[in-house]
Design a protein around this ligand. Structure first.
Ligand code: FMN
Length: 170
């Protein structure tokens, strides 16, 4: 079976810690870590199951490394790719843009034909608005280690169990 590609910036310390947990829960043999700072669209297309780490920066924007990579994806057909998105945000300091990056990335990939999996409940979070919100759910997994660090482990392990089903469902 093809490995899951998990794409994140190797320079990002907080994200790296979250990725380590995701990799552990999936089992190392099932996941390939890929540096979003150095990857290309061609490399990403070698995988059909994607996990993308997309923390929100700059008041509701993507981090630079994603902004720089997306033009290399924008002319591709992502039909057949399942993508799950997670990312850090801060609901207290950025209540109007909480984890917007997750929503921006989901929209971008969905428009190219990818199937977005791994949506989660907004219950337990407190914020005003988020581009990642659809009804009572986020289109991915929101992690707020600044305000809800104690909830992070359980959120990640629940999400991985959900993804195991959704990645391998027909
Ligand atoms: C300059 C700056 C801007 C930020 N903007 C947002 C934002 O608009 N929305 C949000 O939810 N979090 C925002 N955050 C919080 C980060 O997303 C959060 O700290 C995250 O854990 C960073 O992960 P990273 O260090 O792995 O990139 C911001 C943080 C900084 C330092």
């Amino acid at each position: 079976m093809k490995k899951i590609g998990i794409f994140y910036s190797f320079r990002s310390v907080k994200t790296k810690q979250q990725v380590a947990k995701i990799v552990k829960y999936f089992g190392k043999a099932n996941v390939q870590e890929v540096d979003a700072d150095a990857t290309t669209g061609d490399e990403m297309m070698q995988y059909d199951k994607w996990i993308l780490a997309v923390p929100t920066w700059f008041d509701g924007e993507l981090p630079n490394y994603w902004d720089e990579l997306l033009p290399d994806l924008e002319d591709r057909d992502l039909k057949g790719i399942k993508a799950a998105i997670f990312g850090g945000g801060n609901q207290k300091d950025y209540p109007e843009n909480f984890v917007d990056g997750i929503g921006l990335m989901a929209n971008f990939l969905e428009n190219l034909g990818a199937k977005i999996i791994g949506s989660t409940s907004t219950k337990g979070y407190s914020f005003e608005s988020s581009k990642a919100q659809k009804g009572n759910t986020f289109v991915g997994l929101a992690l707020d280690i600044e305000n809800q660090a104690a909830l992070t482990d359980e959120r990640i392990s629940n999400w991985v169990e959900q993804l195991k089903k959704e990645f391998y469902a027909k």
